[in-house]
Design a protein around this ligand. Sequence first.
Ligand code: GDP
Ligand code: MG
Length: 166
Amino acid sequence: KSGFIAIIGRPNVGKSTFLNHVIGQKIAIMSDKPQTTRNKIQGVLTAEDYQMIFIDTPGIHKPKHRLGDFMMKIAENTLNEVDAVLFMINADEGYGRGDQFIIDRLKTVKSPVFLIINKIDLVSPEELLGIIDEYRVKSDFQEIIPISALQGNNIDRLLGELKKYL
Ligand code: GDP
Ligand code: MG
């Protein structure tokens, strides 16, 4: 089994950290500065019985100019062609208008969309439950999976769920 997985989310939510953890080498650029990852960067996870090709997808954010519009079309086409989409948010940050913009775009995407709540090491279990409740009503996510990309928490479960969609 093999398939393509797109990762989207605001800058700094932890997409590169997640990719680095999963692939086990420094394939994505990591930085505290937003917008470091300008290009689609692919990493391939080859396990015994499956292969996942990860795509770091920039350009889905609210466009500020016409190039932005163009970038977003590319991003939307990509999202319709992958086997699953990981929409990553940061447990440590409040819900914002940028998130709603992405969630609305994702409602038209044909691929299954997982909500990945990253950085759970920074919040209490109670806060995490609050975030899950808040997002559950915003869209019909295929799965909602809390992780810590930095510490590696719950990533096995995420990969296990993703496997079903390859
Ligand atoms: P990207 O812009 O979405 O690719 O985000 P990065 O992977 O570059 O991460 C941005 C910052 O968040 C870096 O300083 C990471 O070390 C940090 N970070 C990523 N994942 C986690 C996590 O699970 N927990 C904590 N505490 N920090 C994280
Ligand atoms: Mg990045």
